[in-house]
Design a protein around this ligand. Sequence first.
Ligand SMILES: *[C@@H]1O[C@H](CO)[C@@H](O)[C@H](O)[C@H]1NC(C)=O
Length: 328
Amino acid sequence: MFGLSLVPLLFTALASAYPNRGPCTGACQTKDPAVIQRVSDGKFYRFGTGTGITTHSAPSVRGPWTELGGALPEGTSLRLDNTDPKNLWAPDVHYQNDQYYMYYVLSELGTKNSQIGVATSKTLEPGSWTDHGAIGIPANDAYNRIDPAFIQIGGKNVLVFGSFWGDIHQVIMDTPLKVGSAAPYQVSWNATLNHREEGAYEFKHGDFYYLLYSAGIAGGYTKNYPPAGAEYHIRVCRSSTGLGDFVDADGKDCKQTGGTMLLSSHGQVFGPGGPGVYTDKDLGVVMYYHYYPLATKQQTETANGNVNYKFSWNVLGFENGWPYVKAN
Ligand SMILES: *[C@@H]1O[C@H](CO)[C@@H](O)[C@H](O)[C@H]1NC(C)=O
């Protein structure tokens, strides 16, 4: 029998733990995943960082996932010094006007030499994408043009992006293919010295728009991996307009170092980041992300660090209008 005095201890232990990650079977390697269900047949497609943007499909978020190939097998038509047009990052895919739009990144790692491009497809299949090149976010030292995530708000085409340097920005696009004259603006910023925020995603649920972002150190986990807590983790802010004014659960402005922890390292899940959200007909609101299996972290560095990240997901519950990671 538990003595009464054990009850507070039990609650403390529960409060700091996360439920198990959702299962993934088949080909689960991914980095910066984007998941979408094909409108015609409900089949799941998963895109990720890698040659021509990696494409996988599955009958459910659990898998089994099958590798299909590069979305843009010949790479992008974009050209940037010191980059390989096939080495594309951080896709975001949505459906609009009877077709799919994929935003992707061409970037020189560790620099602001980056561009966000867009391609369209009717089917999501590798090789079916028509590349349209850069969307035209103006260059600015205030941000880095990486990690796009699209959302439509009141008929406006809104792109969240950035940034590592300068953290998270938004820009209103003239069309899903082009940014016009609208200037990007900041939506989240950590004012402390190592203020890394990137890999954001915005979605609406109930009365609020939620901004998820990845904070901390994204990789290099196999050699000089970061001190506990400094690695990637996912934070959340919310807003009633979705176009700024994001605050955290304590009411702190997310442009002034606000941001509530949603998911951090636990068990085998090290450095979760690159989140996205969709509504599953069986599971409800699902957040997916990549993580680094802890067992891999202790091995030696491989030539391509990207291969070690795995896909996972959890159901989100909401309490008082704030999401939390719920047991599946
Ligand atoms: C801001 O950055 C500091 C230093 O990296 C970190 O300790 C803190 O958790 C960050 N705050 C938020 C809200 O992300």
